[in-house]
Ligand binder design. Structure first.
Ligand code: TXA
Ligand code: MG
Length: 309
């Protein structure tokens, strides 16, 4: 097997691969990331396929500098203050600029984006050379440990994904995630930046989100997009008062993929739910096979259909 580990001299080629919609794993100060062009839905889908991840979670977007971040999200004064920790192991969840062109598979349909500037010179150089924001979860197969060396990444994917060699990750744990709503800061995930350092910098306490907060109050902490309409899954047809969302050949109306292609359905999922949610009160969704990306699609539909309190 030719080595999938690439040195700095290959960086321009790796950047070109990212621009062409391929995956490239790269070093950060926390863990190695499995990167894809965050503006290209087909590229982002490869992250799910390659990790074998059974659900669509929102992914963190990696940018090279503050100006690049401002193209994709809006900053409150508090968010600007927190951005002083960049480059560094801190992800900020901020309002998405709708016209910025991020794939909604990156945000999993949310109107916020988790974004950070990693503190690793090669990560920054790769993002700049690609000229794209990079969506990147940890570069391991789903359910396995996050990798802190290029060799671990290579083994994890049996050499199928090129890896930029950047030495051992310093932190070894993922970034701290803070949601910022105006002045209010909530920690969504503990990580490499300790909460007391954040509190010292902003001069106020940071609340910790309850683990199940996003489920108890969809839209508040917003880890899961939930439509206003109720969803009925595995429907044969739309009953009176229902709006149809099809998959594969069938009745007229919105259709995730008339030809029954799961990648096309995944690409369309969040946009179509948002669109139908404008007018519908009940959405009947055709059965979607559970194989391949169908597992993540069904998981997301099930969460969107779950009763809320
Ligand atoms: O250290 C890290 O953060 C690593 C390296 C590669 O940068 N990346 C990483 O990414 O851990 P990932 O995709 O595993 O983390 C995604 C998590 C989601 O599960 C969710 O908890 C949170 O980030 N997240 C991302 N966007 C969000 C959003 N808009 N709202 C709420 N949570 C969000
Ligand atoms: Mg991970």
């Amino acid at each position: 097997m030719a080595s999938a580990v690439h040195s700095h001299s290959d960086l321009p080629e790796l950047a070109a691969r990212l621009r062409a919609g391929e995956l490239v794993a790269f070093p950060t100060e926390t863990v190695y990331g499995l990167g894809a062009d965050a503006t290209n839905s087909d590229a982002v889908l490869k992250i799910y396929e390659t990790k074998g991840r059974p659900r669509f979670n929102p992914l963190i977007v990696h940018v090279a500098d503050l100006a690049m971040a401002e193209r994709f999200v809006s900053f409150s004064p508090m968010a600007h203050k927190l951005a002083e920790f960049w480059p560094g192991p801190l992800t900020l969840v901020l309002p998405k600029r709708p016209e910025a062109g991020l794939s909604d598979l990156v945000t999993a349909g949310l109107d916020t984006v988790g974004i950070r500037i990693p503190n690793h010179p090669l990560a920054l150089e790769l993002i700049r050379a690609a000229g794209r924001p990079l969506a990147a979860p940890s570069a391991n197969r789903s359910g396995k440990l996050s990798p802190t060396t290029a060799a671990q990444v290579e083994r994890s994917f049996n050499g199928a994904v090129p890896v930029l060699e950047g030495g051992a990750s310093q932190a070894g744990v993922e970034s701290t995630i803070l949601a910022v709503e105006g002045d209010v800061v909530t920690q969504l995930r503990a990580g490499a930046l300790p909460r007391d350092e954040v509190e010292a910098a902003i001069g106020r306490p940071v609340a910790v989100a309850r683990h199940d907060a996003a489920i108890a109050a969809p839209g508040m902490l917003a880890s899961h997009y939930a439509p206003n309409a109720t969803l009925r899954l595995d429907a044969e047809r739309a009953e009176a008062g229902e709006t149809w969302l099809g998959f594969g050949p069938g009745p007229d109306g919105a259709n995730l993929s008339p030809s029954g292609d799961l990648r096309e359905a995944a690409r369309n999922l969040f946009a179509m739910l948002h669109q139908l949610d404008e007018g519908a009160t009940r959405i009947a969704v055709a059965p979607i096979p559970r194989r391949g990306l169908g597992e993540a699609i069904n998981d997301r539909l099930k969460r969107a259909a779950a009763p809320r309190g």
